[in-house]
Design a protein around this ligand. Structure first.
Ligand code: ADP
Length: 676
């Protein structure tokens, strides 16, 4: 079936980092291909470097000085004798100049040729090409005449509302919705400015705004012999600010006819540009009247492997990186369309785990990962793709995605259940993540019903983004964790030297202590913990709770309370207790044992810059009375706009920054003090 390779890749350099670099190397290992990692100075100890057979340092942390420098990547490939380069996604993956340079240097580029990339690089030109190839595109204007008058007339012709897009735009930037004729001029100017500033290209296209869209994309593959197949669709409608959060395959509710029509359109799109390798044809589907017979339109083609490729791998049982390597070696694709159709079964769902704080405006978070095990044993239908492990630093330099959790099931419901279990059993601590938000999205009745569209997250923000509250029970568990952690440490210490660690908590001796905890919201509670024989009594406020059999083994805290045996993931340090269960992650600050720290609760709410960035706009001023969560200012950090909100209710007494200021990590931005 599979043809012999005209050329076999022996050593492959992965021009990327993080989970995708690890993912590519895993396939290389199974194929017996040696791997070369490249790394910036902050990635010296990174997982992808550890996984590779060889590694080459390519410069400082900034991607523009390391992972994006073509000369350095080529030099690394030459120095190590790599005969192929895999670009992953992002970075140089869709850079025609890089593909050309590899070709010039006699290095196999794992991806399509530069001409295919060029054909799809600009949204307008790609749409013209697709229309010629008979692929449906969103009704609109994709022409060269760019005067405001002409564009405004075209907008009128299409009918409002319309979407104005910078042809060179990406990542949701350079897009403006215009609801009525009076706003057209301003919309055109804004989109043009953004296109010029962010992409160096002010050319625009205008299209009909799809009011209730679903994002459905088709995985395609082409080989050098002119074969093109598709590996079905993925639904990526759960997005936040045009960024995918949950992806699944197949698309819920899609009919066989529509699947066939979309698959055919995607293959046609790929064939129109003689596509070789892995590509994704993205469609927007207008589901205002449901999915059955809904019109679908070509949106763009991504000429690389996508983040969400694992869901396709799970329903087809194929390794897409292996397919990429096969195509790049000049071999025929492993399967025909008919064979793919027969092999495909079940349903797969993926969630993207991001280092960000959904409960605080999705602010990207940085820090050292406490607990997280990308190699944890998972059910056979589950998978974790990650490029970091406990102890690794998530920095401001790169994408905040920590990894992906993926599950397969016979049915969509089975897949969702398996994924909920996987997320619940994958604790992560040390920095804020979107784990709890993902759990809520996966459990949302509307998602479970398959009623997905791109407005799902914004429409359901109230339920998805309500900050988790700590209950009295949580404070009790935190106290149990502190106690059990001490017991566990004492046991280890005592085995070394039984006399060195006089413990105040001797078994069977009554003893009590006060433990004080504070939530991230500034709420403070004291737990009086008393040991009576085998039982721990925890008094929180006016209530007394009791627990027996309290054990912390590794990160797993078990105890019995109210007749129920419970299990929670817990991490205890001198300053913090993190509790993670199937519903949520909670981090409580520990106060010193002497009970000091009250002043913190009533003292100033100091807002510091969570990372280096630029102040864009002030939303409050000194003297303003604010509620907790009120917007204080907008800053740009990690290329994203972040709204910084009040940590507590009170009056602003200090606000020393102004719009345009560049601030360092840790700069005091605002101080809020209690009223009265
Ligand atoms: P980018 O290249 O910036 O990602 P896309 O053209 O791929 O831009 O569009 C990004 C997202 O914007 C889509 O996934 C979809 O949610 C939304 N979108 C794009 N075009 C339309 C449209 N005509 N109507 C409504 N939403 C759209």
């Amino acid at each position: 079936m599979m043809t012999d390779a005209p050329y076999k890749i022996r050593k492959l350099l992965v021009a990327n980092r993080g989970e995708i670099a690890c993912r590519v190397m895993a396939t290389c290992q199974t194929l017996g291909i040696k791997t070369v990692a490249v790394y910036s100075s902050v990635d010296k100890q990174a997982l992808h470097v550890q996984m590779a057979d060889e590694a080459v340092h390519i410069g400082p942390p900034a991607a523009s000085e390391s992972y994006l420098v073509i000369d350095k990547i080529i030099a690394a490939a030459k120095a190590t004798g790599a005969d192929a380069v895999h670009p992953g996604y992002g970075f140089l993956s869709e850079n025609p100049g890089f593909a050309n340079r590899c070709a010039d240097e006699g290095i196999i580029f794992i991806g399509p040729n530069a001409a295919s990339m060029d054909a799809m690089a600009l949204k307008g030109a790609a749409k013209v090409l697709m229309t010629e190839a008979g692929v449906p595109v969103v009704p609109g204007y994709h022409g060269d005449e760019q005067s405001i008058e002409h564009l405004a007339a075209e907008a009128e012709k299409i009918g409002f509302p319309v979407l104005i897009k910078a042809v060179a735009g990406g990542g949701g930037k350079g897009m403006r919705i215009v609801e009525k004729a009076a706003d057209t001029k301003a919309g055109i100017e804004a989109a043009r400015r953004e296109g010029e500033n962010s992409f160096g290209n002010g050319k625009l296209l205008i299209e009909k705004l799809i009011q209730k869209p679903r994002h459905i994309e088709v995985q395609v593959f082409g080989d050098h012999d002119g074969n093109t197949v598709h590996l079905f669709e993925r639904d990526c409608s759960l997005q936040r600010r045009h960024q995918k959060v949950v992806e699944e395959a197949p698309a819920p509710g899609m009919s066989t006819e529509m699947r066939r029509a979309m698959g055919d359109a995607a293959v046609k799109a790929a064939q129109a540009i003689n596509y070789v390798g892995a590509g994704t044809v993205e469609f927007i589907v207008d589901v205002a009247n449901g999915l059955a017979d809904a019109p679908f339109y070509f949106m763009e083609m991504n000429t690389r492997l996508q983040v969400e490729h694992p869901v396709t791998e799970m329903i087809t049982g194929q390794d897409l990186v292996e397919w990429q390597i096969i195509a790049a070696q000049g071999q025929e694709l492993p399967l025909s369309q008919d064979e793919v159709d027969v092999l495909t079964s079940g349903h797969a769902v993926e969630v993207r785990l991001y280092a960000e704080d959904p409960f605080n405006g999705f602010l990207p978070s940085i820090g050292t990962i406490g607990m997280f095990d990308p190699f944890a044993e998972v059910a056979p239908n589950c998978r974790i793709d990650a490029g970091v492990r406990a102890g690794d630093e998530v920095s401001i330099h790169y994408d905040p995605m920590i990894g992906k959790l993926i599950a397969w099931g016979e049915t969509r419901t089975d897949a969702i259940h398996a994924l909920v279990d996987l997320v619940a059993e994958t604790p992560i601590t040390g920095l804020s993540t979107n784990r709890d938000f993902l759990l809520r999205a996966l459990r949302h009745p509307q998602f479970i019903e398959g009623d997905v569209h791109t407005g799902f997250i914004p429409d359901n923000e109230a339920t998805l983004l309500e900050p988790p509250q700590a209950s009295e029970h949580d404070y009790m568990i935190a106290a149990l964790a502190v106690w059990a952690n001490r017991q566990a440490n004492n046991q280890t210490d005592q085995s070394d030297d039984p006399w060195s660690n006089p413990d105040s908590f001797r078994l069977n001796l009554p003893h009590s202590e006060q433990l004080k905890f504070e939530t991230s919201g500034g709420e403070c509670l004291t737990v009086n913990l008393e040991q009576r024989g085998e039982t721990l009594l925890a008094r929180v406020g006016d209530h007394e709770h009791s627990a027996t059999g309290v054990i912390l083994a590794g990160i797993t805290l078990t105890f019995t309370t109210d007749g129920l045996r419970k299990r929670v993931f817990a991490e205890v340090s001198d300053t913090i207790v993190s509790l993670i269960d199937a519903d949520r992650s909670l981090t409580l600050k520990r106060h010193a044992r002497d009970g000091g720290g009250d002043e913190d609760a009533d003292g100033p709410g100091t807002v510091i810059a969570p990372m280096p960035g630029k102040i864009l706009e002030l939303k409050a001023a000194v003297g303003d009375v604010v509620e907790r969560g009120d917007p204080l200012l907008v800053m740009e950090a990690m290329k994203m706009e972040q709204t910084i909100t009040a940590p507590k209710a009170g009056t602003i007494t200090q606000l020393d920054v102004k719009a345009g200021d560049q601030v360092a990590d840790g700069t005091v931005l605002v101080i809020v003090v209690d009223n009265e």
